[in-house]
Write a protein of this length. Structure first.
Length: 336
């Protein structure tokens, strides 16, 4: 038996922040050597809300460069761009036709984003989870490492698989594989710096709410200085009345590589005035190697393009095979 397959992706909308890194990419890096991995820059998802054509291509390359900078290793993993592989759109259409509308209307992310868009909600925003299901299913994926916020989309993906196989496959010969979410407890939900009860998000209007992976040391220092705290002395984990304390300690734990026990003991008597500079320094040091590697990759566009070209070919071969199986199962005549 070969290795199990992993698929995951990030949208090229705005900068990557610590939530994306600690909730997703860092985990991909940690487990990549045990799996056969595909990491995608999901640029078709990026246009489900109004986007800027002038920056889309560059933002897409920047995410691919950040994957490399964060430690995605091409010996284990393939990096590619969603729009380079046509099968993603095509499978989405086929799956659209078997997905009940009310499943999509029930998605929390759709409801939240639709609310923000007001009048201007495109069909693509509603259809976003079917495109995401297609991403995953084209590669007969075993496991999907994501942050907690994507759990519902994974459940929908599983529902689509069961429905498809039930309608179009023999019980002992499923066409689509049932994927499993891989959600790590620590870092699964990194919270906003300005409100410890809200998740850190690219779409928060306040830059002060998040640390971006490419923030300069000065920006990091400023954001930590101004981040929300509470009037209590001594920091602690897991006190639901102190969400900021839990979030900032968790960030310190994950970025310093210390254990929860070590951090709890180290910080239990600290005031915020002592903790904040410590967190700032730890963050700057943890992000420095990523930022340096990012610059190196972005300065060598020929290399980056060759990575994406190779990724496209590898992904395409797998995706087209599944797409043909799906079409055959649905009764299409194939010219092969
Ligand atoms: P997105 O920014 O929506 O493209 O998300 C990319 C990946 O980052 C997904 O796996 C998300 O689950 C994860 N992610 C986004 N925001 C957070 C957060 N605040 N905490 C943990 N994971 C997150
Ligand atoms: N919807 C995911 C997010 O916002 C991004 C994504 C698109 C994804 N397709 C995927 C994640 C497939 C995992 C697998 O985070």
């Amino acid at each position: 038996m070969g290795r199990q397959r992993i698929f995951s992706g990030v949208q090229p909308t705005g900068n990557l922040h610590l939530g994306n890194y600690l909730g997703a990419i860092r985990n991909w890096v940690e487990i990549q050597s045990q799996f056969d991995n595909l990491f995608c820059v999901v640029d078709l998802h990026a246009i489900t809300v109004p986007h800027k054509p002038e920056t889309l291509a560059n933002d897409t390359e920047a995410i691919a460069a950040l994957y490399l900078a964060c430690g995605i290793d091409l010996n284990y993993s393939t990096i590619f761009v969603q729009s380079h592989v046509c099968a993603h759109c095509e499978l989405t259409w086929l799956l659209n036709c078997i997905t009940p509308l009310n499943w999509l209307q029930d998605m929390i992310q759709f409801k939240e984003k639709a609310l923000k868009q007001g009048e201007n909600v495109g069909v693509g925003l509603l259809d976003y989870p079917v495109l995401m299901a297609s991403d995953i299913l084209l590669y007969q994926t075993d496991k999907v490492p994501v942050g907690e916020d994507q759990k519902q989309h994974l459940e929908l993906t599983r529902d689509i698989v069961n429905r498809f196989n039930h309608q179009f496959a023999k019980p002992d010969q499923p066409v689509l594989k049932l994927p499993e979410p891989l959600i790590r407890k620590e870092g699964a939900r990194v919270m906003s710096l300005t409100d410890g009860t809200k998740k850190m998000s690219k779409s928060d209007p306040s830059e002060l709410s998040r640390i971006n992976l490419l923030d300069s040391p000065d920006e990091i220092a400023k954001k930590i200085k101004r981040c929300k705290t509470d009037p209590i002395r001594g920091l602690e984990f897991d006190n639901s009345e102190r969400p900021e304390s839990n979030n900032l300690l968790t960030l310190y734990m994950l970025l310093s590589g210390k254990t929860k026990e070590e951090v709890a003991a180290e910080c239990q008597d600290m005031g915020w005035g002592q903790f904040k500079p410590l967190l700032t320094q730890t963050m700057i040091e943890a992000l420095k190697p990523i930022q340096e590697k990012y610059q190196e990759v972005m300065n060598d566009k020929a290399y980056l393009e060759s990575v994406l070209r190779h990724g496209k070919h590898k992904a395409e071969a797998i995706a087209n095979q599944t797409l043909n199986q799906v079409k055959a199962a649905m009764g299409y005549s194939l010219l092969i």
